[in-house]
Design a protein around this ligand. Structure first.
Ligand code: AMP
Length: 282
C-alpha cells in the first residue's frame, strides 16, 4: 500500500492509476479503524481496481466543545490494518495540507434544508464540514465509487444529494452497519465507554430492534414506534438526543411508517455521544 500525505502526491498517484485505466474506489474515514471501516474496504475492492482510503480527522465537522482534541488517533495501526485488508493507497494529510488557507474557509458546501434534521439539530455546522471535506476528497481523488456506512445514515443521504446537486459523477455505495456480537454498533467513540456505560449503550440496538419487531408485527404508527424507542432508551438511563422514525430521503418524521422508513437514535451515555439506526423492512 502506498502512503501519500500531500495533495500533489495524491494527485500523482491518482493520475497514474487513471493512465493505467484503473477505477478508484474511495473509503473516507477519520481513522481509528475498526471492523466497520474495514468492511467498507472489502466492498470497495469489489467495485473498483484500486482502493484508496483517506484518514483525516476533519476539524470542520467538530463543533465547539466536541471531542476533536481527544478523538482517538493511531496512524501506524490504521495503516497496518488498511494494508492488511487490501487497500492500495492511503491518503493521510495533516490539517495544513488539507486546508492550506483555513479554517475558516471561504468556500464550503452547506445543505441547509436537511442540516437541521436529526444530528443537525444538535451539531450545527457538522454536515457542512462533512460535505466540504468529502467534496474536497472527491476533487483530489476522482473516485469512480465512494463507500460510506449506513451507521451515519444522515451523512449518506446528504452525500448522495451533494453528488446529484453538484454533478460529481461518483457512485455512492452505502454499506450495512457492522455490530459487536451483542448488537452494539462499532464506533471509534466506543473506546470512551466505561464498562457500565457500554452496558447502557446496548439500549440503542435493543430499542431499534424493538421498533423493528413492532413494524414486523404490523404496527404502522410512527407515534407508537417513536414511543417504543423512547421508553427502551429511557429505561436504560441514557440521555436521548432524538429517537425518530423518518422518511429515508427527506429525513422528516413520518406519521405512517412504511417499507424503508428509518428508525434513528442519538443518545449521550455519560460524555459520549452515540448514534445508531435501522431501515425498516419486512
Ligand atoms: P468515521 O471514521 O467515523 O468518519 O467513519 C468513516 C466511515 O465508516 C463512514 O462512512 C461511517 O459511516 C463508516 N462506519 C463507521 N462505523 C461503522 C460501522 N459500525 N459499520 C459500517 N460502517 C461504519
Amino acid at each position: 500500500m502506498d502512503l501519500v500525505v500531500t495533495r500533489d502526491a495524491v494527485r500523482t498517484a491518482v493520475a497514474r492509476a487513471h493512465r493505467a485505466g484503473e477505477r478508484i474506489a474511495l473509503v473516507p474515514t477519520m481513522g481509528s479503524l475498526h471492523e466497520g471501516h474495514l468492511s467498507l474496504i472489502d466492498r470497495a475492492r469489489e467495485r473498483a481496481d484500486r482502493v484508496a482510503i483517506s484518514i483525516f480527522v476533519n476539524p470542520l465537522q467538530f463543533g465547539a466543545g466536541e471531542d476533536l482534541d481527544r478523538y482517538p488517533r493511531d496512524l501506524e495501526r490504521d495503516l497496518a490494518l488498511a494494508e492488511e485488508r487490501g487497500a492500495d493507497l492511503a491518503f493521510a494529510p495533516d490539517e495544513g495540507e488539507m486546508y492550506p488557507s483555513g479554517p475558516p474557509l471561504i468556500t464550503v458546501v452547506p445543505a441547509p434544508e436537511m442540516e437541521g434534521a436529526l444530528c443537525g439539530a444538535t451539531r450545527p455546522g457538522h454536515f457542512r464540514g462533512v460535505l466540504t471535506v468529502v467534496a474536497k476528497l472527491f476533487c483530489l481523488l476522482s473516485p469512480a465509487v465512494a463507500v460510506f456506512g449506513q451507521k451515519d445514515y444522515q451523512q449518506s443521504v446528504l452525500i448522495r444529494r451533494m453528488v446529484d446537486d453538484l454533478g460529481f459523477g461518483v457512485e455512492i455505495d452505502v454499506a450495512p452497519i457492522v455490530r459487536e456480537a451483542d448488537g452494539l454498533a462499532l464506533s471509534s467513540r466506543n473506546v470512551y465507554l466505561s464498562p457500565d456505560e457500554r452496558e447502557k449503550a446496548l439500549s440503542l440496538a435493543r430499542a431499534l430492534s424493538a421498533a423493528g419487531a413492532l413494524y414486523a408485527s404490523g404496527e404502522r404508527s410512527g407515534e407508537v414506534l417513536r414511543s417504543a424507542l423512547g421508553s427502551h432508551l429511557d429505561a436504560s438511563g441514557v440521555s436521548i438526543e432524538y429517537a425518530e422514525i423518518v422518511d429515508p430521503t427527506t429525513l422528516t418524521p413520518v406519521a405512517c411508517v412504511r417499507e424503508g422508513s428509518v428508525c434513528a437514535v442519538a443518545v449521550r451515555v455519560g460524555k459520549t455521544r452515540l448514534i445508531d439506526n435501522i431501515i425498516l423492512h419486512l
